[in-house]
Every structure is written in C-alpha cells, then in structure tokens.
Design a binder for this molecule. Structure first.
Ligand SMILES: [Zn+2]
Length: 292
C-alpha cells in the first residue's frame, strides 16, 4: 500500500512538533540518491536553517526554510519517517521513539538523518527508494516541474460539486480514471477514489461525462469526507499512547470496499458482494449492486 494524501498529511502532523519552528543541527545522507540525486551540498544548505512552515501540496511535504528555499519531501512507495526524542516520547505520541535505542538510524534502508534543535532525530527509511528530497526556491515552487499543472487540493474550498462538474464535462474516460488525474485533483489516489465512489453510489466504470448531476453533487462531498475521516483517523493514531509500534507512514483503516474483494457489501440493505476489477493497471474495488 502506497501512502496517499491522508497518510502524507498524518506524517506532516507527526513531524510538525519537531520540525516547524526548529533549526536543522545535523543532516546526513547515506547515499547519493533516492529516486533522484540529492541536491548539491544538501546537508550544508539545510544545517543552520530554520523551518518556518511545514505544509503539504498533493503528496509532497514542504518545509519552507528561512533562507528562501523549500525542502521538498516525497515518501514514494515505501518511505517512512521515524522521530526520535530523548526521554520525551510520551509527550508527543506513539510514533516517537526514544533516542537511546541502539538501532536509531542504523537500518540499511535509513537513507537520511535529519537532526533538529527540538531536539529530535528524524530518520527517513525507504527500502524501495521511490521517495525524494529536494531543495527548491520557495517563490518558484509553482513553476517547478513537480508542481506545475497540479490540480486543486481536494480538501480546499475550491474543490466542490461545481468544480467537479466542470472537470468531468466531455471526458470519455471512466470516472475512476478521471478522478485519479493529478492535473484535475492533486493527491487523490486509488484507495480513496474507490471509497468515495462507493459512498456516492457511482460505478467506477461509468463514463466521466455521463455521471449524473445528482451523482456529482454526492461525489464531491464524498471525496472530502473519506479524506477528512482518514486524516482524522491518522491524527488519532498519532495520539494513541497505547500503541508503541507506531511509525510515520502508514496506518490501518477500515475501508468499505478497498481490499475487500468477495466480501459482503457493507451498504445498508445491500446483498451484493464487493468485486475487484483492473482499470488502467490499478485495482478497483466496488459493489456492482449499489454503484451504478
Ligand atoms: Zn452494495
């Protein structure tokens, strides 16, 4: 399972207390690249810099620095962040590990170590190395190839039924594919598209242009709701002090259809079964009885 918007937002929330407002005191990269090479003098450009703001765009975590550059972090497929604090783990949440653990930053897939004056050690572990870390001039972010042409944030006010109706107009692709188009909606991924289509009662196979108006009216809030609920679940997973296995990156959700092939549809009064099909190379889970 790949981190989607809510998981990335959860990682951002977990990093906030040890990154935002804090200065980097030590930075270490254990190899020359992840998906792409690290920027020239990556450590040198970060050390001594303060993170003014830690925010998110699509599935990127962005740390605006006090020198006009922004640290861009993408978790890729398997990227994980762990936070290590001396003795103070209980204050922050289950995902914070004690600094004294002998294994801190010692795994062979621990590729980046970021120390801040919180003080804390943040370790980026990525065994498949599809993640990335870059430094981009803050004022030029919108023009950077990673961000140029990205669609609206699905949790913003700009994203609503009117916007969605306009975006789907004339589109001959299945609604599932239309919703995954990052130039339309930024950061929406496979899992939450499946969940939102189920909630709105729309077949993932329906042609985007043929989604009825009443369905579009249900779909926009369904997208927001599944994302908001997942962000909220992520937030509570951070605060749950009973769990000690926490790692920033993934957490378990209860999905209605995603990953539930051949299981009974959870829809009230529905006697259908969740089915899995493949669309554009990705698994789609849906209920053929209540999604039309
Ligand atoms: Zn059903």
């Amino acid at each position: 399972m790949m981190p989607e918007l809510p998981e990335v937002e959860t990682v951002r929330m977990g990093l906030l207390p040890v990154m935002e407002g804090h200065r980097f005191t030590h930075v270490e990269t254990r190899r020359g690249d992840l998906r792409v090479p690290f920027p020239n003098d990556f450590a040198g450009r970060l050390i001594g810099r303060r993170v003014k703001r830690l925010w998110r765009r699509a599935k990127y975590i962005l740390g605006d620095l006090d020198d006009g550059e922004t640290l861009v972090i993408h978790l890729g497929m398997s990227g994980r962040m762990s936070v290590h604090v001396a003795g103070a783990a209980k204050k922050l949440g289950n995902y914070v590990h004690d600094m004294s653990e002998a294994t801190v930053g010692k795994d062979k897939h621990d590729h980046v170590v970021l120390d801040t004056d919180a003080p804390a050690r943040i370790v980026f572990n990525d065994h498949r190395r599809f993640g990335l870390m870059l430094l981009v001039e803050t004022g030029a972010l919108d023009e950077h190839k990673l961000f140029k042409g990205l669609g609206v944030e699905p949790l913003s006010d700009e994203f609503n039924a009117d916007f969605l109706a306009g975006a789907l107009k004339g589109k001959k692709t299945p609604i599932k594919s239309a919703l995954l188009d990052q130039r339309v909606i930024a950061g929406l991924g496979n899992i939450y598209v499946c969940e939102a289509l189920f909630r709105a009662g729309i077949s993932p196979k329906r042609q985007a242009a043929k989604v009825r108006q009443d369905q579009v009216k249900a779909l926009a809030p369904a997208i927001k709701a599944v994302l908001r609920e997942a962000v909220k679940a992520g937030g509570s997973s951070l605060r749950d002090h009973k769990r000690t296995d926490g790692e920033l990156g993934m957490f378990q959700h209860n999905f209605a259809v995603y990953g539930r092939e051949r299981r009974p549809c959870p829809g009230p009064k529905c006697k259908g079964t969740v089915r899995r099909i493949v669309q554009a190379g990705r698994s789609t889970f849906y209920c053929p009885s209540c999604q039309r």
